[in-house]
Ligand binder design. Structure first.
Ligand code: SF4
Length: 262
């Protein structure tokens, strides 16, 4: 089994087509090619968190820390039935929120943060999720990753690059960064990918990282990026390919009330 050995150092490229020392221009060219292939492989890539509004996406993303999207979706369904908007969540009893969000882990912190975030949105932003990074990261429990998820996927604003565990791992394996700190990884990715890809590429990489370039094993023989990836591993060393990758969740935004489901 191929293991990427926690990659504390960046290994030398295995793929002879990729120079050991790329210029910034070469890396940018490769990044554009990566984006092009991801569009073909994951045309519908978007977050798996089900939501009805920017506020619900924000709260679900806060809850997703150290939790699976499936678990968050289960919890969010109950939470948003009872507290669908900032006003109702801002005045929710903390003990009720703790009981609801408990399955996602770290429930005391998360319950406090989601209620404080709802209160801040009501008090400081007229009940609307702010549309800029500087304002978003003042909200409790919100750092750049969460802010980028909301800005990109709820508002279509490419302020930065979402860096989660999958994005960081693939970016390192693909030689786009040597960093482990998410802010530094984001800075490196913003340098090589055009802004027009800052929303799509992380969404696609998250799906790719779950299905193909996983933490435990890189299925390079099933990877659409293999000939533009420095760490590509030859098929005979990888074994059988994984199940065919999905291109995204069935849906990530609930249809508006009264409109029939597609
Ligand atoms: S070829 Fe694909 S699966 Fe293999 S390391 Fe590179 S990105 Fe990951």
């Amino acid at each position: 089994m191929l293991r990427m050995a926690h990659e504390k150092t960046i290994p030398r490229p295995r793929n002879p087509a990729i120079p050991a020392r790329e210029t910034l221009e070469q890396r940018r060219r490769r990044a554009r090619e990566v984006a092009r292939r991801l569009h073909r492989a994951y045309p519908d890539a978007r977050p798996a968190l089900v939501h009805d509004s920017p506020f619900q996406l924000l709260i679900a993303t806060i809850l997703s820390a150290q939790a699976t999207d499936e678990k968050v979706n289960e919890v969010a369904e109950v939470l948003f039935q009872r507290y669908p908007d900032p006003e109702s969540l801002a005045s929710a009893p903390l003990s009720d929120l703790e009981a609801i969000v408990k399955p996602t882990g770290f429930y005391r912190n998360k319950a406090r943060n989601i209620r404080a975030t709802a209160q801040a949105i009501v008090e400081r932003f007229d009940g609307e999720v702010p549309r800029d990074m500087d304002a978003l990261i003042t909200l409790p429990g919100v750092a750049r990753k969460t802010a980028n998820v909301v800005l990109g996927n709820a508002f279509g604003i490419a302020a930065g690059f979402v860096v989660d565990t999958h994005v960081g791992r693939i970016a390192r394996r693909m030689g786009f960064t040597r960093e482990w700190d998410a802010v530094k990884v984001e800075r490196d990715l913003m340098k090589v990918f055009p802004r027009s890809e800052w929303i799509f590429v992380p969404n696609a990489w998250i799906w790719h990282g779950r299905r193909v370039c996983t933490a435990r094993r890189a299925w390079c023989n099933a990877c659409v990026l293999s000939d533009v990836c420095p760490q590509r591993v030859e098929p005979e060393r990888v074994g059988a390919p994984p199940p065919r990758p999905e291109t995204g969740p069935a849906r990530s935004v609930r249809p508006a009330r009264g409109r029939p489901a597609e």
